[in-house]
Write a protein that binds this ligand. Structure first.
Ligand code: SF4
Length: 257
C-alpha cells in the first residue's frame, strides 16, 4: 500500500533541481541513489520494471536505505519471468514492492472496443494500451512524491540520448533521477555479476530489454538492445510514454561519458 507522504511545494522543488543536478553530475551512481534517499526519504521511489538496470538500482537502493521504496506497474501482460524476478528481489532484499495495476474498467472498455491485441494494429492503439496499462497507474504511483529514480541509460535508444542524471519532470511535476544515465550495457552486467544481483531469466535467452510479453521479443546478434521492444514500429516511436522527455532547462548539461 502506498503511503501518502507530505510533498514539497512544486516551485521550491523545481528550484532545487539545478543545484542538485550539479551535485549529482559528478557522483557515481551509488552515491546518487544515496543522495536521493537522504534528500527525499519516503518521498522518493524507484520505479522498476525489473530489467537489468532496475535490478542494479534495487541493489543500490537497498544498500543506501533498507526501507527504500520500489514501485512497479503490473500491466497484466508481463512475462512470467518478470514476476519470478520480482519475487526473487523481494526474497533477497526483504523489501515490500508496491505493485500498481491498471483500472479494471478502463482495461475492460479498451479490449471490448479494440480487442486484446490492439497494440499490433497501429501506433495510436499501442499508445492507447500503454496509456491505460502503464501511464495511468504511473500517475498514481508518482502522486505525492518529490522524486523518482529510473534506470534510463543514454545509449539505450535514439529516444534517450538527451537524458540527464537529474532533471525536472515537467509532465509529472517532480524530480527525476537517472543514476545510470552514463552507464553502458557492459557496466550494468559487470555490476550484476560482481554483486550477485538476481536478474530476469529472459536476459539469458536473447532479451536485453524486457517489457510486456506480447510487445517484446529476443534480438538477433548485432541488433540494437531495444530492437525487440515494439519491434514492428520505427525506432523513433518506441517509447510507452513513461519516459517521454518533458524536462526543462533546469538541468545540468553534464559530461556524456
Ligand atoms: S507494452 Fe504492449 S501490452 Fe504493455 S501496455 Fe504497452 S502496448 Fe500494452
Amino acid at each position: 500500500m502506498i503511503e501518502a507522504p507530505t510533498s514539497m511545494d512544486r516551485s521550491l522543488l523545481q528550484q532545487s533541481v539545478a543545484p542538485l543536478a550539479r551535485q549529482a553530475e559528478v557522483m557515481p551512481a551509488q552515491d546518487v541513489v544515496r543522495l536521493a534517499c537522504e534528500r527525499f526519504g519516503r518521498n522518493v521511489a524507484l520505479s522498476s520494471s525489473f530489467g537489468a538496470e532496475d535490478m542494479v538500482l534495487i541493489d543500490m537502493l537497498m544498500r543506501a536505505d533498507a526501507n527504500g521504496r520500489i514501485v512497479t506497474l503490473d500491466t497484466g501482460r508481463l512475462p512470467q519471468e518478470t514476476y519470478n524476478v520480482m519475487d526473487a528481489a523481494r526474497e533477497k532484499y526483504g523489501v515490500t514492492i508496491e505493485v500498481l495495476f491498471p483500472q479494471a474498467e478502463a482495461v475492460q472498455s479498451m479490449v471490448a472496443e479494440h480487442g486484446l491485441n490492439l497494440f499490433y494494429h497501429s501506433v495510436e492503439f499501442r499508445k492507447m494500451c500503454c496509456g491505460v496499462r502503464k501511464m495511468e497507474p504511473l500517475k498514481r504511483a508518482l502522486a505525492g512524491l518529490d522524486a523518482w529514480i529510473t534506470g534510463l541509460r543514454r545509449d539505450q535508444s535514439v529516444t534517450r540520448t538527451a537524458v540527464h542524471k537529474v532533471e525536472w519532470d515537467e509532465g509529472n511535476q517532480l524530480i527525476k533521477l537517472n543514476p545510470l544515465v552514463d552507464w553502458t550495457h557492459e557496466d550494468v552486467w559487470k555490476y550484476i555479476r560482481e554483486h550477485n544481483v538476481p536478474y530476469n531469466a529472459l536476459h539469458d535467452r536473447g532479451y536485453p530489454s524486457i517489457g510486456c510479453g506480447p510487445c517484446t521479443r529476443a534480438v538477433q546478434p548485432g541488433e540494437h538492445e531495444r530492437a525487440g521492444r515494439w519491434w514492428w514500429e520505427h525506432p523513433e516511436t518506441k517509447e510507452c510514454g513513461l519516459h517521454v522527455s518533458q524536462s526543462t532547462d533546469a538541468t545540468v548539461q553534464g559530461p556524456s561519458s
